[in-house]
Design a protein around this ligand. Structure first.
Ligand code: AAO
Length: 483
């Protein structure tokens, strides 16, 4: 479950939070494929609750009603078409799998028309009955391992994963997705499941669909466990089951770019900071929970609301060798109306999700933030692809908040996060002699840089200039052909 199943040479995934399947299919073809993205984490595709108070919050999708592929993002047919089209564009689909629990309240029908009654623990679309759930207890104490894993997370009916029937129903769901061509899973709420139960479920999974993957390929799995140290459940209990989310990374990167400690310290971020081994970690600057104060969120987390620091933080993450990287792509909420916590995706009056539309510069409109399309972030995806496997070398820092480093001889980045203080220095870049384009301020078009050009001399040294007022940092990956 550790092999990322990306098409070779691709290394980064993006979470297109709450996007419709039809939009994701188009995005694979028009943007993600050509820009070198490995894949997309999609929101839970299974049938879920419809919550009306508050009105249609984003989190209704974390309250399953059945495993039918009928959700707020679209129908089974649209899902299947998306997976095909994305795979054809060399972009993989990773499904957010909610398997720890079902809904927390209500009765009626879900987004796919299946009847459910939360209080009776009856879910006709699976079917599950009261026999398939754990004791009726709540998680009140995160220091009690049995409570965390056998009781209800925020009131959500807790499935008895020790039961063979439940394991098989979940495996059937995941195998259905595999047969449609998905490449793996983000598994929700793993802290609340016993590692042995998860292992038993994964052991029932089929290899990936041979239309797109080699025979016997296992799904790539990243398990969601919030462990910032000091808790009774540790992320390392799950590393044999695939990669595990490393939540310490977002906290530390957030603090550094908010200038709570100096950027120069970030050089060694990773194992040396008691984080998971690099080949077991899934890292991100923010996720759909902590960007809005859920799931371990706090004032350190950087989001699109702080665009300058956010771009630098994401660029740093993509340039640094630690972990497997995921980019967040958000929808906005109205801060002044206290909607941060629950606001659902941009929607039409009939509550269907709005189609993602683009302006002339390829940026998103209508409440879709599309951080992944911001030029500074999109170009760093290519940086990470060309830097893959190369060591961090040629480190420079000025003792404070200016840093630079190369990835072997393939790529070089410089970042200036000082409030006042320009970076203007000759720095070793590790790159071969030549003229290069800064891929954040522009790109290589018809043999010319549309942004800054940087000249590397015969000793691999270049004059690097970044004003503390300038917007993003400076990386280079592409050689400009000599005239
Ligand atoms: C909604 C309402 C609830 C209501 C419920 C049922 O908000 O008020 O009771 O419906 O009606 C999402 C939303 C939830 C939503 C739920 C269902 O976030 O608000 O509930 O859908 O609709 C824990 C879990 C982690 C989980 C996270 C949110 O361990 O797995 O809570 N994340 C996933 C998803 C998430 C989803 C679910 C799970 C459920 O990503 O979107 O919920 O499917 C500590 C613990 C963590 C714990 C957090 C909770 O963290 O360690 O394990 O996460 O608390 O906030 C410091 C500590 C840090 C600590 C943190 C916060 O930073 O270092 O360890 O403080 O206290």
């Amino acid at each position: 479950y550790h092999d990322d199943t990306c098409v070779s040479g691709r290394t980064v995934i993006v979470h297109l939070f709450d996007w419709k399947w039809t939009d994701i299919a188009a995005e694979c073809e028009r943007f993600l494929g050509p820009k070198g993205f490995c894949g997309v984490q999609v929101s839970p595709p299974n049938e879920h609750l419809v919550i009306t108070s508050p009105h249609r919050p984003w989190y209704e999708r974390y309250q399953p009603v059945s495993y039918k592929l009928e959700s707020r993002s679209g129908t089974r047919g649209q899902f299947a078409d998306m997976v095909k089209r994305c795979n054809a564009a060399q972009v993989r689909i990773y499904v957010d799998a909610v398997i720890n629990h079902m809904s927390a309240s209500g009765h009626g029908v879900g987004t796919g028309g299946s009847a459910y009654n939360t209080m009776n623990m009856s879910y006709a679309g699976v079917p599950y009955s009261a026999l398939d759930f754990n004791y009726n207890c709540e998680i009140n104490n995160y220091n009690d391992i049995n409570q965390v894993r056998n009781c209800k997370l925020v009131g959500l009916q807790d499935l008895a994963l020790s039961k063979r029937y439940v394991r098989e129903k979940i495996a059937d769901y995941l195998n259905d997705l595999i047969s449609l061509g998905v490449a793996g899973f983000r598994v929700d709420a793993c802290k609340h499941m016993w590692p042995g139960d998860i292992e038993a479920i994964y052991s029932l999974l089929q290899p990936l669909n041979i239309t797109w993957f080699g025979p016997g390929t296992k799904p790539f799995v990243f398990n969601e466990v919030i462990d910032k140290g000091g808790g009774v459940i540790s992320a390392s209990e799950y590393t044999h089951l695939g990669r595990v989310t490393e939540f310490r990374f977002c906290d530390e990167v957030g603090k550094a770019f908010r200038r709570q400690f100096m950027l120069k310290n970030l050089r060694t971020i990773g194992e040396a900071w008691a984080m998971l081994p690099s080949d077991k970690a899934l890292v991100f600057v923010d996720n759909h929970d902590n960007q809005r104060g859920h799931g371990g969120g706090g004032s350190t987390i950087l989001t699109f609301h702080n665009p300058r620091e956010y771009k630098m933080a994401v660029a740093f993450m993509l340039a640094h060798p630690y972990g497997f990287t995921r980019i967040m792509s958000s929808h906005v909420w109205n801060i002044s109306h206290g909607q941060q916590d629950w606001m659902g995706p941009p929607s039409y009056d009939n509550d269907t999700t709005k189609t993602v539309t683009l302006d002339n510069e390829g940026q998103c409109l209508d409440g879709w933030v599309c951080e992944h399309r911001w030029p500074a972030i999109a170009s760093m995806v290519k940086f990470r692809n060309v830097a893959d496997g190369q060591p961090l070398e040629n480190w420079f820092d000025n003792g404070f908040d200016q840093i630079a480093f190369s990835r072997g001889r393939n790529a070089f980045i410089a970042i200036n996060n000082e409030v006042v203080g320009d970076l203007h220095r000759e720095l070793p870049t590790g790159m071969a002699t030549g003229s290069y384009c800064d891929v954040i301020s522009g790109e290589l078009v018809n043999g010319e840089c549309t942004g800054q050009a940087v000249h590397v001399d015969q000793d691999g040294v270049a004059l690097i200039t970044i004003s503390s007022l300038s917007n993003p940092p400076i990386p280079m990956t592409e050689e400009k052909p000599k005239k």
